[in-house]
Design a protein around this ligand. Sequence first.
Ligand code: TMP
Length: 208
Amino acid sequence: MGKGIFITFEGIDGCGKSTQLNMTKEWLINSGYDVLQIREPGGTVVGEKIRGILLDKKNDSMVPLAELLLYGAARAQITEEVIKPALLEGKVVISDRFFDSTYAYQGHARELGDELVNNLNLVATNNLEPDVTILLDIDPNEALKRRLGRGEEEDRLEALGTSFQEKVREGYLKLAGNVSRVKVTDASKTPDEIQAQIRSYISESLGV
Ligand code: TMP
């Protein structure tokens, strides 16, 4: 797709994605790239409304298939409205989550299955895939401690607890074992150590 570069960040809740996304963005900008930072679900007017529905703890009756389709709907919107045009303009798009989240959360942890999720993911993005994906891997108990330390209120998926996050982690590691664009990074290290590893993965994969 175009001449841009598409980089995604993945991991369980509380893995430290936001810090690393910001550090990576700064590095890429200082290296002369035109960078667009986005997040999923969200990033568009329609997508932010869908995000509200997905994360609202009051929606505890939502069935897994509805959840899957809503994530897909938000992704279809941001892919067409934001990501594809930016890549065509030659930008580096860095995204806080993309369709590998759906693989790990809905496909693996919600047990909707790889085939359904992989097919739907490609339909939602019209076959757009990231060039490289950074997976921040961390023990769910450690991630929970961090989230509590930041005093964040938990959303609908976080409220499912560490056993759910453990299944999500398992899904991500399975994916990383099968898909070479997914680069596993030990997120229990210091932010600077993690960032150094991320930069080396991005440089290696994309020559930036
Ligand atoms: P976040 O902005 O804190 O990462 O919140 C997004 C939540 O939605 C998080 O718990 C992960 C979850 N999620 C899915 O379950 N499937 C998806 O496809 C995406 C993008 C996110």
